[in-house]
Design a protein around this ligand. Structure first.
Ligand code: GDP
Length: 473
């Protein structure tokens, strides 16, 4: 939003109200889709030309032959209020449904896993619970989830985050299944939850509605098999199909730099089949797939539709939500990756220059405006995106939260210098300052805060912002 405002040299608020008249509430840091951009630009007598579109045309998807399509496993995201049992449910399902023939290695969190339920049917789960990751992926145009399980604790109520999760699923047009959890607890009252849902016009099946729900205990496992059966039933209705015979395409779930193994990326194959030796293009990175494994560390030779795999061989860490494609020619994959990096560099030069201009305009327009600048570094892209999303949501009328820079990796001297130059604080998630960064930060009096729990980071920032608020008159 702010970028297009500076490109057209109009105040950000004009763009925001133009979007509002289209029925969209946006913030200045929000991404607009191509269609909205075009409509908004037209209002100000500009025409939008999408540079880089020709690069993407090279990988445009060919329509599948109907007889090549086969049923594929559903891909599930689990959402719900904090402490209602998302992680417990994901862990329980993973442990209780090891795919036949798999050795029981130590499970690693790789961001996604798949299980085989009774009857041999497979279900894939995105193992990053919460709607932050879901929304961040969607903001990047990645629609990977077929079904959402919303966990609600039966000893609690439908909570704010439950409602948020419901809105996110509905906005994405993804069907919901409710898992009413913790029914093993003596004070559990699943009917109360169903009543609260009914009051929100969400009628579950027991209440004569069409939304599936299942009482479960993620602790004892009660009802979990039935929940998975309902997932499969709902999936059947969706008639999920993919062509397994072509080159693989899909989405990046998360990526990190492992000291011993190099860049490790978890990707979800959505169609086609990925094989060792394939030339892969993922976002701005490319490489030959050297090895593939699942969350138990088992080596895989190939991965078909709806299979999450970790791969080695990319020359960098792509971002969560980046699409990936396979090329027959290594050079072509590399060329497109280079072209994309170039385009992004040009774009960021443009934004930086314009951001300062924008800044001046905004300060004048808003008079008493205050802002909190943040440089955000994290160990994996998923958490960086999730934090970006949550931080930006903290913006109020008085204080604007700006993420000046974000990335995967340790906090470097250059991060500190950027922070010092722009009055920013640095937030590190599961990463620490490296090399000279700490010394320089002390000298420049730059505030570095490191966290390993997302909620702690968000709460601290909230507190800091309250401290920044001007006293009420
Ligand atoms: P999340 O924040 O939604 O991921 O919630 P967690 O999975 O971390 O669960 C929060 C707390 O509730 C943990 O202490 C769990 O052990 C507990 N818990 C989760 N599911 C159940 C359940 O079915 N029964 C009981 N008694 N406790 C549960």
């Amino acid at each position: 939003v702010s970028e297009v405002a500076t490109m057209m040299d109009v105040p950000v608020t004009n763009i925001i109200s133009a979007c509002m008249s289209l029925g969209m509430m946006v913030t200045m840091n929000q991404r607009l889709d191509a269609e909205t951009l075009s409509i908004v630009a037209e209002e100000f007598n500009y025409t939008v030309e999408f540079v880089g579109a020709e690069v993407e045309e090279a990988i445009a998807e060919v329509e599948d032959n109907p007889e090549d399509l086969e049923t594929r496993a559903p891909i599930i995201t689990v959402m719900g209020h904090v402490d209602h049992g998302k992680t417990s449910l994901l862990d329980y399902i993973r442990e209780a449904n090891v795919i036949a023939g798999e050795s029981g290695g130590i499970t690693q969190h790789i961001g996604a896993y798949s299980v085989e339920v009774e009857g041999g049917q497979r279900i894939a789960f995105l193992d990053t619970p919460g709607h932050e990751a879901f929304t961040a992926m969607r903001a990047r145009g990645a629609q990977v989830t077929d079904l959402v399980i919303i966990v609600i604790a039966a000893d609690d109520d439908v909570m704010p985050q439950t409602k948020e999760a419901i809105s996110h699923a509905q906005a994405a047009g993804v069907p919901i299944i409710f898992a009413i959890n913790k029914v093993d607890k003596p004070n559990a009252n699943p009917d109360k939850i169903k009543e609260q849902l009914a009051n929100m016009n969400l009628l579950v099946e027991d209440w004569g509605g069409s939304i599936q729900s299942q009482d479960i205990s993620a602790k004892t496992g009660q009802g979990v098999d039935e929940l998975l059966e309902k997932v499969l039933l709902e999936a059947e209705v969706l008639e999920l199909k993919a062509n397994p015979t072509k080159n693989a395409v899909g989405t990046v779930v998360e990526a990190l730099l492992d000291k011993g193994r190099g860049y490790v990326s978890t990707i979800l194959v959505q169609a086609g089949t990925l094989r060792i030796g394939d030339y892969l293009l993922a976002g701005k990175h490319s490489g030959k797939v050297r090895a593939m494994f699942d969350e138990r560390g088992n080596n895989l030779k190939e991965a078909g539709p709806s299979t999450p795999v970790s791969i080695l061989g990319l020359d960098g860490a792509p971002q969560a939500g980046d699409k990936f494609n396979v090329f027959d020619d290594e050079r072509e994959a590399k060329q497109i990756a280079t072209k994309r990096s170039q385009l992004q560099r040009e774009q960021s030069v443009r934004t930086q220059k314009t951001l300062t201009l924008d800044e001046i305009g905004r300060r004048i327009a808003l008079g008493d405006f205050k802002e909190l600048n943040i440089i955000l570094k994290g160990d994996v892209d998923g958490s960086v995106e999730a934090l970006t999303d949550s931080f930006q949501k903290l913006s109020t009328e008085e204080i604007q939260v700006n993420i000046l820079h974000k990335g995967v990796g340790a906090i470097t001297e250059s991060d500190v210098l950027l922070a010092s130059a722009s009055d920013a604080i640095i937030v590190g998630f599961n990463v620490r300052p490296q090399g000279n960064a700490r010394t320089v930060a002390d000298k420049e009096e730059v505030d570095i805060r490191t966290y390993s729990i997302i909620y702690d980071a968000i709460n601290d920032l909230k507190d800091a912002m309250e401290g920044l608020l001007s006293p009420e008159m």
